[in-house]
Design a protein around this ligand. Structure first.
Ligand code: NAD
Ligand code: IPM
Ligand code: MN
Length: 361
């Protein structure tokens, strides 16, 4: 049997703890069936950590994450945090965690099973067979560029951020995207705003250079506004979409909207340190404590953790199949249910997935 693998579990805020509980139940079921030794350990992050410790990423949490084999995070963000100093914002803790763990490649896949086609706001022929991955640059761009700040300029309130990309930052995430495309449909779309931005022109140049290392992948470029349009009109024609940090943040919520719910999308953040796994959605304050949040984004993030961090691809596939079987048997959380369809809560969905995984043993 393999050595015990440490998973730092950071539930965070709002619906974070609810979807995290669901995903950990599934992880434990998969560990049992596939004979994996896993030790999940919880640590505070986000507004929950500010309340206890005045810091959205306490040193003890960061140390546990650095030492772990993988980190799972539920969500951060709280309405009460609006107006606190920038470094105490829950989101600042998450952004710091991503850089401390040197995660620069963020994978945000969407594959919609046929049983969920009716959940999408799009007509069937547009959404059927959608199977794409957004590769979002996660460590640079406007999120981190300096100088940044607020000031008074000519008697007026003013604020500024800096958009800067170095060629090496673009190259490393582009290489990850090309390698991913080589294992999928061999088509890569790089999205930028090169008709306006210098950073985007450099982005395009570097992506072209990296393409020479991957001659079997067909590369195309598209401007971000057109890409936003095409994702709604023809989502099932995309394979791998590579883009910078802010564009990737926005396009991934759009992709979730095209699928029908933000609760469906998982993510994996990979780089040179401990990998980080989190659903794409946030803390959804309006749903917090209701037990109704969709746990699928979190559960599928746990599947990505099994695949990318724990070398357990079979267990990862079993989790994916269990989610699909839940959908096939008609289980729908509130965000997915149509008129007259029976609704299950977060825990009930997770327990059904656990049952299915257990029968594989
Ligand atoms: P959000 O993702 O929390 O919610 C957007 C919409 O999707 C809401 O209608 C919400 O009810 C719904 N939703 C989200 N998750 C769902 C789920 N699992 N099941 C069903 N419905 C779900 O985005 P927001 O409202 O813009 O932001 C709220 C807070 O979350 C903010 O503080 C923001 O900074 C934070 N946030 C955190 C993360 C993260 O931790 N990774 C990601 C996005 C937003
Ligand atoms: C996401 C979130 C985060 C981001 C926020 C909470 C900092 O929106 O993971 O998509 O913008 O990266
Ligand atoms: Mn986002």
């Amino acid at each position: 049997m393999s050595s015990t693998r440490r998973v730092a579990v950071l539930p965070g805020d709002g619906v974070g703890p609810e979807v995290t509980r669901a995903a950990v139940l599934v992880l434990e079921a998969a560990a049992e069936v596939f004979d994996l030794r896993i030790r999940p350990e919880e640590h505070p992050v986000g507004w929950a950590a500010v309340q206890a410790d005045e810091d959205p990423l306490p040193a003890s949490t960061l140390a546990a994450c650095t030492d772990a084999d993988a980190v799972f995070l539920g969500a951060v963000g709280h309405p009460d945090a609006v107006g606190v100093s920038p470094e105490k914002r829950p989101e600042a803790g998450l952004l710091r965690l991503r850089t401390e763990l040197r995660c620069y490649t963020n994978l945000r896949p969407l594959r919609l099973p046929d049983t969920l086609i009716g959940v999408s706001p799009l007509r069937e022929e547009r959404i059927r067979g959608v199977d794409l991955v957004i590769v979002r640059e996660l460590a640079g761009g406007l999120y981190y560029g300096t100088p940044r700040g607020v000031e008074t300029r000519e008697g007026e309130r003013s604020a500024h951020n800096t958009l800067r990309y170095g060629a090496s930052e673009i190259r490393r995430v582009a290489r990850a995207a090309f390698r991913l495309a080589e294992g999928r449909g061999r088509r890569l779309l790089s999205v930028d705003k090169s008709n306006v931005l210098e950073t985007s022109r450099l982005w395009r140049e570097v992506v072209e250079e990296v393409a020479l290392e991957h001659p079997t992948v067909a590369l195309e470029h598209m401007l971000i506004d057109r890409a936003a349009l095409e994702l709604v009109l023809r989502p099932n024609t995309f394979d791998v979409i590579l883009t910078e940090n802010l564009f990737g943040d926005i396009l991934s919520d759009e992709v979730a909207g095209v699928a029908g719910s933000l609760g469906l999308l998982p993510s994996a953040s990979l780089g040179d340190g401990t990998p980080l796994f989190e659903p794409v959605h946030g803390s959804a304050p309006a749903l917090a404590g209701e037990g109704t949040a969709n746990p699928v984004g979190a559960i599928l993030s746990m599947a990505m953790l099994l695949e990318h961090a724990l070398d357990a691809p079979e267990a990862a596939r079993a989790v994916g199949r269990a989610v699909e079987e839940c959908f096939a048997s008609g289980l729908r959380t509130a965000d997915l249910a149509g008129p007259g369809e029976k609704v299950v809560g977060t825990d009930a969905f997770a327990k059904a997935a656990v049952q299915i995984i257990a029968t594989e043993g």
